[in-house]
Write a protein that binds this ligand. Structure first.
Ligand SMILES: C[C@H](O)CC(=O)C(=O)O
Ligand SMILES: [Mn+2]
Length: 337
């Protein structure tokens, strides 16, 4: 029987569809439910990680410090992680997170830019934190390129490397090719993780493919609350793992209740594969661009789906959020001409 670590995304990736407006009470309610259900690791920050509060990414209802200080003391068994994108999050944020009791730091870069993670990964490791290298938009690079970048993160001190399907574009064979190569070539004690988005409804299948090839950390969100069509739905994944004899330590019934009774009621919109979320997966577009494209549609009258297809064609990646509105303006002008 294999054993995996489930990492909850509801309170971090789930901040994207909440426009980062989760209240402290909502965070505490969901986090305590996850803790009681046996989820071992819970991520808490702005959707774009520590320091994400900005014009580009959106201002949250509370600071990372307030969210982390509210949640961490309430946890009975779960550990809390924080995401950090170098250039958005700083070493000061990292020290703050460590001082508040964060156990895991996940340093995220675009899948070809691992070299910008050296300082943050090095410091996190030096501070004794569980240190993860998180390679985003992993469908945009070949398995060999992902390996090259993972080796860099491993050399900086990461004890776990994630293959991150930010666009929900990958199919199980894509996941297997990347995770399989990483398992083959990284140190045997470097853990591997997979982060899925459910835009093509492949979150569960892709996570199983990752486990089959050696991943032991899997990200998922209760009721799927995450960017785009959401992350791999946690309560579904727990039930599937239970049926397959994969040990998660999470209670099948309690996690269903968290999804149904605590997460569903706080959704601003039901997380589902609507045509725009489906287009993210189909065209390979960063999932957190969804709401930006919907807002641009409302402002400029260009369908969000068309904007997303164009962003995919241009190969736009996280950090280029300000270009979405420019793209919509240009498309609106061209269409009016
Ligand atoms: C900052 C992003 O939301 C990180 C993530 O969850 C992804 O790339 O997917
Ligand atoms: Mn994500």
């Amino acid at each position: 029987m294999s054993k995996i670590t489930l990492h909850d995304m509801t309170l971090r990736d789930g901040m994207h569809p909440k426009r980062h407006q989760m209240t402290l009470d909502q965070m505490i309610d969901i986090a305590t439910g996850l803790d009681e259900a046996g989820v071992p690791l819970i991520e808490v920050t702005h959707g774009d990680g520590l320091g994400g509060s900005s014009v580009n990414y959106g201002f949250p209802a509370h600071s990372d410090e307030e969210y982390l200080s509210a949640v961490i003391p309430k946890m009975k068994q779960a550990k809390v992680s924080a995401l950090l994108l170098p250039g958005i999050g700083t070493v000061e944020h990292l020290h703050m997170a460590k001082d508040l009791g964060v156990a895991t730091i996940r340093v995220a870069t675009h899948c070809t830019e691992a070299d910008v993670s050296q300082q943050h990964i090095g410091l996190a490791r030096q501070l004794g934190l569980d240190t993860v290298g998180f390679l985003m938009m992993a469908h945009m690079a070949s398995p060999e390129k992902i390996l090259e970048q993972a080796l860099l993160m491993e050399s900086y001190g990461a004890n776990c490397i994630y293959c991150t399907d930010s666009a929900g574009y990958m199919l199980p064979e894509d996941v297997k090719a990347r995770i399989g190569l990483l398992r083959d070539k990284l140190k045997p004690d470097t853990e591997l993780g997979f982060h899925g988005h459910h835009n093509l409804a492949m979150g569960v299948a892709n996570s199983l493919a990752a486990i089959e090839c050696g991943a032991n950390r899997i990200d998922a969100a209760a009721a799927g609350l995450g960017a785009g069509a959401g992350n791999t739905p946690l309560e579904v994944f727990v039930a599937v793992c239970d049926r397959m004899g994969i040990e998660t330590g999470v209670d099948v019934w309690k996690i269903q209740d968290v999804a149904e009774d605590r997460v569903l009621p706080v959704m601003d919109n039901i997380i589902r594969i609507d045509r725009d979320a489906l287009t993210l997966g189909y065209a390979g577009v960063y999932s957190s661009f969804l709401l930006f494209a919907k807002r641009a549609e409302a402002k400029y009258g260009v369908p969000a789906r068309d904007i997303l297809v164009e962003l995919g064609r241009r190969g736009m990646i996280g950090g280029q959020e300000d270009m979405i509105e420019d793209t919509a303006i240009n498309m609106a002008r061209e269409r009016a001409a």
